[in-house]
Unconditional design. Structure first.
Length: 258
């Protein structure tokens, strides 16, 4: 048997070698062609999807936020019902209690802030100024009383009211930005229901709180197109909205970014 293999070996091994080479070459070409075709299709599909997503606008989306309820509820009775189930900040909490000593301390600290403030007029609107001293900084670090947060925050973000002179221009810009479309509208709308859902201001879908949140985020995305919108902005804007109307919230957000 060994003699037969040796006599016919060279031609047999040559044929096997050639056949294996042809098979490898065919497989390589098939794989290459298949790979190129698949990646080309995937890339084209992905690019098309990205273009479609980025250019997508939903005209009905803003209408949902702009529409008002057909039946206006009794605000007094609604607030009495909701506030009975919330803590002092508006979060739903059946076990919310504030002891007498904490209330007295809050009142005492609020009175100190009142004595430390000075009422001023900026563009026919009331604001409060403070003396930026060590005492002021110390009291800020202790915690600003709830009733003084709006005034203190605004004073701080406007660099001791020095930048408040731009308020009128920013308010006009805000109204103009609300008329523009934004590529971030869809993502903002998706994130809003996930933001502070246990707070009475943002609990109702397309309610006044969610509408203000949508407007401020969309306006800022149009104001600073390089930054645009990211998910973490919702909680910041929502927290400021608890103390400020949406125009002031927008101006505060702009000053923070500067």
């Amino acid at each position: 048997m060994g003699t037969e293999l040796n006599s016919s070996g060279p031609s047999v091994w040559l044929q096997l070698s050639n056949a294996q080479h042809e098979l490898e070459q065919t497989t390589s070409n098939t794989t290459l062609n298949s790979s190129e075709t698949d990646f080309t299709n995937i890339t084209a599909t992905t690019q098309s999807s990205i273009r479609t997503t980025s250019s997508h606008r939903d005209p009905d989306l803003r209408q949902q936020y702009d529409q008002r309820p057909e039946k206006v509820p009794n605000i007094a009775s609604e607030m009495e019902k909701w506030y009975a189930m919330t803590d002092r900040y508006g979060f739903l909490d059946d076990n919310s209690t504030l002891d007498i000593k904490a209330k007295e301390k809050e009142v005492e600290r609020s009175e100190k802030w009142a004595k430390m403030s000075e009422s001023v007029m900026i563009h026919d609107e009331h604001a409060h100024s403070f003396t930026f001293s060590e005492k002021f900084k110390k009291r800020v670090y202790k915690g600003i009383p709830d009733c003084w947060r709006r005034e203190a925050w605004y004073y701080l973000v406007t660099d001791s009211l020095r930048n408040a002179k731009n308020d009128f221009k920013l308010r006009s810009t805000y109204n103009e930005l609300l008329l523009k479309e934004s590529s971030h509208e869809r993502q903002i709308d998706l994130d809003i229901p996930r933001t502070l859902g246990d707070h009475i201001m943002f609990k109702q879908r397309y309610g006044s709180g969610q509408r203000a949140l949508f407007n401020v985020l969309r306006a800022f995305a149009n104001y600073d197109e390089e930054v645009g919108y990211c998910q973490g902005m919702t909680n910041i804007v929502a927290t400021i909205l608890m103390y400020c109307e949406e125009e002031v919230n927008y101006k505060t957000r702009v000053f923070i970014s500067i």
